[in-house]
Write a protein that binds this ligand. Structure first.
Ligand code: NAP
Length: 542
């Protein structure tokens, strides 16, 4: 269903199905009392309908704000959980923590949720909060330009449509642009090629000779499944991983009943996982004794399995624990010992029409799967954002993206980033971080409500100060070491990860400091009679 224009969304609340109205009103955890009905609120454009975009929309509805549209380039909601449908796709964060605190699900089937259940959850939340009338699917934003005079963003979409919005919330994620390396000969390969995030479900792998290039978080999930079907499976692994056991299992009916029936039990359970996970932060500091002990035990265990077929470099990482994502799986190592699986650690030289050549040896394959991850450091790319005085966001970020608390960027008023620069984690749930960011953006949206056409922009000194602190702290983390990862740019700037435990982020985002921001009121406001313009999408901004 396509969404109505922003100018009309103010009346949406009245048109929503009663169940959705009740759901949005009744759910616990609203951040503040809902805005008085009838209050004119800013027009908000949310870009993306993954966890961030959906979560933002839920919170807006809880706050009584209906003047928003979620623009989604695909034809369905779900973000990374819509795109990554490879066999074995699952989350390595427990289900109760990998879900929105204000939209609890008590009947998760497993401790670690699988892709289909997470996607189902996101769709269910979309319905529960009555978000579908706000969704505009198949709308890919290509350009956003700040109009200083009109105090709004002008948005241009791939289909040529133009819209305006007072506030933009960019929820495009960090892992949405699959990366396929430019390997010589790839265009001459005669078999079937695809990336893990664009799985070719029409291609039956039964009896195939499969080659997988890139072994990271995605590959360790799909490789065990592919190995069961393929005749042969050759893994081209540039770096090995730390793979710990996965304490997974199905929730019993009694456990689910406890979550459902005992007041506060689900919240307590969720909280206990969050605390336990946050304590793991100690492992990510350079010189951590806990990490050193973990590394030693890990290497000693794996040394027992080293053989001619599986040499030490295929099994034991040569970088510090945590420098790349620590993975969990119960079937990774057993898969490596299967007779139809071979690990190649020599670099890939080229792709041939019939396979992959490495170290002068041709490995035949009729199917080539890339598990090579995503283009992660070009935040918001390929969308072009032009801010105040014609400043280009990607130009500002040419030495590596940065924002104030990952959320706001000087020169780009009324723009809030969710899962922006330096908000990724190696030890806890991204959903926690997203909820902090959503709350922060919502606080500003509330402050802008009723002020007239107004803008809020982080002051340059606040952005510099918070990034200096971030850099100082990141320099003491394991990621600052020599290991290569998607957390940093080619030049070595860590652009993706937060620099501490999530409790630190919680504290820093608790209440946006008014001194860190400049609020400007446009020519038209403040005007209590016409506090914020609602002239319709693409209409005159007045
Ligand atoms: P990834 O972790 O970045 O792994 C990419 C793999 O491709 C690495 O093994 C990398 O080797 C290799 N590679 C990259 N370029 C290569 C090249 N030119 N030649 C040979 N090998 C190359 O990507 P991913 O597995 O898709 O996972 C990305 C992220 O998605 C994860 O870190 C995680 O945050 C998220 N994810 C999460 C879950 C979850 O359960 N929550 C599951 C899947 C993915 P090097 O290591 O040597 O660079």
């Amino acid at each position: 269903m396509s969404a109505p224009p922003l100018g009309r969304v103010a009346s949406l609340g009245r048109r929503l199905p009663p169940a959705a109205r009740v759901a949005a009103g009744r759910l616990p955890g609203s951040l503040a009392p809902p805005i008085e009905p009838g209050t004119a609120t800013p027009r908000i454009a949310i870009i993306g309908s993954g966890f961030g975009g959906i979560g933002m929309a839920c919170r807006l509805r809880q706050a009584g704000i209906e003047t928003f549209t979620i623009y989604e380039k695909a034809d369905a909601v779900g973000g990374t959980w819509r795109d990554n449908t490879y066999p074995g796709a699952a989350c390595d964060v427990p289900s109760h923590l990998y879900s929105l605190s204000f939209a609890p699900k008590t009947d998760w089937t497993r401790k670690f949720p699988e892709q289909a259940e997470i996607l189902g959850y996101l769709n269910e939340v979309t319905d529960r909060f009555g978000l579908r009338p706000h969704l505009r699917l198949g709308s890919e934003l290509i350009e956003a330009t700040w109009d200083e005079e009109a105090v709004l963003w002008r948005l241009t979409f791939a289909d040529g449509t133009e819209e305006v919005a007072d506030v933009v919330v960019a929820a495009t994620g960090q892992l949405n642009r699959p990366q396929i390396p430019d390997i010589e000969g790839l265009d001459q390969f005669e078999g079937t090629v695809f990336h893990s995030a664009r799985w070719d479900h029409d291609h039956d792998l039964t009896g195939r000779d499969v080659a997988v290039i890139g072994i990271g978080a995605s590959a360790i999930q799909f490789v065990p499944e592919v190995a069961k079907q393929a005749r042969s499976l050759t893994l081209f692994q540039r770096s090995s991983n730390f793979v710990a056991p996965k304490p997974d299992g199905a929730f019993s009916e009694q456990a689910k009943a406890r979550f459902r029936r005992i007041p506060g039990w689900q919240r307590l359970y969720r909280f206990s996982i969050w605390v336990r996970f946050d304590l793991r932060w100690v492992m990510f500091r350079q010189g951590s004794k806990v990490a050193a002990l973990g590394e030693k035990r890990f290497a000693a265990e794996l040394a027992k399995a080293v053989s001619d077929e599986l040499p030490a470099d295929a099994l034991i990482p040569d970088y510090p624990l945590g420098c790349k994502r620590i993975l969990i799986s119960n079937d990774w190592y057993p898969t490596l010992f299967r007779p139809n699986v071979q690990v190649v650690t020599a670099p890939v030289e080229r792709i041939t029409p019939g396979g992959v050549r490495s170290d002068g040896v041709d490995h035949p394959a009729d199917t080539l799967i890339f598990g090579t991850g995503f283009a992660t450091t070009g935040f918001l790319a390929p969308i072009r954002f032009t801010g105040r005085d014609g400043r280009d966001l990607h130009d500002e970020w040419r030495d590596g993206a940065e924002a104030h608390l990952g959320l706001t960027v000087n020169g780009f008023p009324n723009l809030f980033l969710l899962y922006g620069p330096n908000t990724n984690l190696g030890h806890n749930s991204i959903i926690f971080m997203l909820e902090r960011q959503i709350g922060y953006a919502l606080t500003w949206i509330r402050r802008l409500t009723g002020t007239g056409a107004a803008s809020v922009e982080v002051r340059p000194e606040a952005q510099v100060r918070s990034n200096e602190r971030l850099e100082r702290r990141l320099a003491r983390t394991v990621w600052a070491g020599s290991c290569h990862s998607w957390y940093k740019t080619e030049q070595g700037k860590i652009t993706n990860n937060w620099s501490g435990p999530t409790v630190d982020y919680w504290w820093r985002t608790l209440r946006p400091s008014a001194e860190d921001y400049e609020v400007r009121v446009g020519a038209s406001g403040p005007d209590p009679e016409r506090p914020v313009v609602h002239s319709g999408v693409g209409g005159s901004p007045e």
